[in-house]
Design a protein. Sequence first.
Length: 318
Amino acid sequence: MNKPYVIGIDMGGTNTVFGVVDARGNVLSKSAVKTATHSDINLYIDDLYNELIKLIDEAGGKDKIKGIGVGAPNGNYYTGRIEFAPNLPWKGQIPFAELMSAKFGIPTVLTNDANAAAIGEMTYGAARGMKHFIMITLGTGVGSGIVIDGKLVYGHDGFAGELGHTTAIRNGRKCGCGKSGCLETYASATGVARTAREILELRKESSLLRNLPTDDITSKDVYDAAIDGDAIALEIFEYTGKILGESLADFVAFSAPEAIVLFGGLTKSGDLILKPIIEHMNSNVLPLWRDKVKVMFSELKEADAAILGASALAWELK
């Protein structure tokens, strides 16, 4: 292989992590720069270049790099632009892939972070060999990537698959997107903490969670309490799994996937979240899909998953 490596870049609101990846999914080297401190996109790319070129040189130079893949909030695969991403310091439409290609002299492709995770799972992880699956990322929000016939679904404008902003509860919790009742307000890590606060305020039962300042409770706190057998914490995971399982039943109906792959911080809770998801999904799907669709956790190494997902895009470049 003349060009045995690709670059994966995962852009977050706080940090941007990146690395050199081989065809087996090994991250050979990696580094990071701050995203939030760069109000000027060109200065950000300059800093990114200065750090990334060191890794490229260690890998044998630009001639060894097939391409650069970028996963970014509100990244549009069709246009190569980051479009009005609320958690990034640059507003409007940023032609990021074009700017990167010009700076590095290496072809660059971009998509949103959840779609990158789906491609990474299909290339290196639990979905290898699958042509029909849905990736659900359970972090601060709920992201998703839908794969049908081995291809990611982008829709006519590049933004298809925002399953986290489908309505789980009519007239429910206010979401940062401006809607009410979005799935991510219930099934994300922040949604779990929100459920905990609501229950503690509305009810009087004792709970380990009452030992913490209510506004500071995190999903990790709820997990720790559940592991200790706390009844309210266990109820929170059951409720979260119910909401997510019911939504997954709806998602199964439109694409009949072989599997649904779950990724992100909330999956660290293991069976606490997985068992109610599967139970409520199967009790809400049509009988023809019951117990037929696998629900599984990602197999990507957590520390490298974001880089791997972004890098998988670059192998598709011509």
